[in-house]
Design a protein around this ligand. Structure first.
Ligand SMILES: Cc1cc2nc3c(=O)[nH]c(=O)nc-3n(C[C@H](O)[C@H](O)[C@H](O)COP(=O)(O)OP(=O)(O)OC[C@H]3O[C@@H](n4cnc5c(N)ncnc54)[C@H](O)[C@@H]3O)c2cc1C
Length: 448
């Protein structure tokens, strides 16, 4: 069932609620969907671009509210360096509008298709330079939230604890309708690229994870290769040209998944196919990470681009202080799993350092810096079994799962990993939504 004009007529006839999808186009319609007497099936889950890898944005037996109809950028304040926008605005649209005014988002945020609301309610993170805040939600100054009873609630920095709870709250405390974020004038960084073996990477990892650099890397475990992308602010980095970054972004996020998907159809022999795949990955990284992709900023190459729909991915966060060991173990795990089960990921795993950031109660790097490691593949068959092994690996190495990005994690383990912070969040959730109207069975495993 699809409806954009929920209860439009003003006359409301109560009938048995059936599962539904609504795309409210304005605040009044969004509020009406949540009112206690609205005849909507429960639970209600809110959904932005739907790019999360878990069921956090699903409600097959209840109601899903799509925010993509709420897509106005309300104001850009070039004096105080803030932007105010509705939750359904795509990050790429926001980046483009800010760039027109000489401004950029703080932090490095890919996946430009996602919505502002989804990026604030889930850990939208990237390789921040130094201790620069790594989550987009850390930059929120205030939010307009629709409560579970359909009322508007303002949450600002003055209610610090409440704001901490609402950042990265996965839509369990209310629905973000509008947010004001800090932004900044476009700032140029310099990037340098290196290709090293896994062992060499592990050797320099400790130094890198403490250095004042933005660290992102691509791991090819079956080639024993790691491609490094290091970013720092320098006194005079020169001009940032857009074109090379656009090509890099296009090569990494669009070309590789499409090519690999096609290869799995036309080259049926796995050994030949995977050799080809690794060679293409290596060549692409060699090509796109050249000296031309040297100076950049947080707007470079980040115009809105649709994420290919055929990607399977799962992300876990590992303590940065242990990652020199974890990366070697991960490469070994991939090779051993392939030898045993015949399954391997065709895309390189992507990792980046996320600085310590306690600005959200459910921040995965609340206590210390972490490395987010995203395993990605276009190969559907065998993926579910691989994910179970990957989860076991992650648990063994003290990984922290993300409720929106770690596939099929064990609820018991996640509850332990977030410890007393999760318990505190649960108390706030129970106060704000005692009847669990916003809680689906997936989230209830940890948050009921
Ligand atoms: C290939 C790929 C790579 C990715 N790489 C990264 C990465 O590098 N870094 C990263 O951080 N993420 C990454 N992601 C994950 C994903 O993009 C993020 O989780 C994103 O923040 C979700 O935004 P969305 O608009 O798609 O939200 P959805 O997936 O629709 O929702 C995510 C969560 O937010 C809640 N939510 C959505 N809108 C609102 C709202 N208005 N109010 C309250 N709650 C809301 C939902 O209920 C759900 O719990 C990747 C995803 C893909 C497909």
């Amino acid at each position: 069932m699809q409806s954009t004009g929920f209860r439009d007529t003003g006359r409301f006839v109560r009938r048995a609620a059936s599962p539904g999808i609504f795309t409210p186009a304005n605040l009044a319609k969004l509020m009406r969907c949540l009112e206690p007497d609205a005849n909507v099936a429960l639970p209600i889950r809110v959904r932005g671009a739907g790019s999360a890898a878990t069921d956090c944005n699903e409600s097959p037996a209840g109601t899903v509210l799509h925010t993509t109809g709420l897509d106005r950028i309300i104001s850009i304040d070039n004096y105080n360096h803030t932007v105010t926008a509705e939750a359904g605005v795509r990050l790429g649209t926001l980046v483009a509008a800010l760039a027109d005014q000489g401004l950029e988002l703080i932090g490095s945020h890919d996946q430009t298709e996602r919505t502002l609301g989804g990026a604030l309610a889930a850990p939208c993170m990237g390789p921040g330079i130094g201790e620069q805040a790594s989550y987009l939600s850390s930059q929120v100054v205030s939010m307009k939230v629709i409560t579970v009873s359909g009322r508007v609630m303002n949450v600002s920095e003055e209610q610090q604890h409440l704001l901490h709870a609402f950042r990265i709250s996965y839509g369990m405390l209310g629905i973000i309708y509008e947010a004001t974020l800090r932004v900044r004038p476009i700032t140029t960084f310099t990037a340098s690229h290196r290709s090293v073996s896994t062992g060499k990477f592990a050797d320099v990892m400790d130094r890198l994870s403490n250095a004042n650099v933005g660290l992102k890397f691509y791991v090819l475990p079956h080639r024993d290769r790691v491609y490094l992308d290091l970013r720092r602010y320098e006194a005079e980095p020169g001009n940032a040209y857009q074109a090379p970054w656009k090509i890099k972004d296009w090569g990494e996020s669009t070309v590789l998944p499409q090519v690999f998907k096609s290869l799995s159809r036309v080259v049926p022999i796995p050994s030949v196919r995977y050799q080809l795949i690794d060679s293409i990955s290596a060549a692409t990284h060699g090509l796109v990470n050249t000296r031309f992709v040297k100076n950049g900023n947080n707007a470079s190459g980040r115009r809105r681009r649709k994420t290919p729909g055929n990607l399977q991915y799962s992300t876990w966060c590992f303590p940065a202080s242990d990652f020199s060991l974890v990366v070697k173990a991960y490469a070994e795990f991939c090779r051993e799993t392939f030898a045993r089960s015949g399954y391997r990921c065709d895309m390189p795993a992507v990792g980046f350092r996320v600085g310590k950031d306690p600005s959200a109660l459910l921040s995965p790097s609340f206590d210390d810096a972490v490395i987010a490691l995203q395993t990605t593949s276009t190969q559907r068959q065998g993926w579910d079994d691989f994910v179970i092994d990957l989860n076991q690996f992650a648990e063994n190495w003290g990984g922290t799962p993300l409720f929106s990005e770690s596939r099929a994690f064990r609820a018991e383990y996640a509850t332990r990993a977030y410890g007393s912070r999760l318990e505190f969040f649960r108390k706030i959730r129970r106060q704000l939504d005692p009847e669990k109207r916003l809680l689906n069975p997936f989230l209830a495993q940890c948050f009921a």
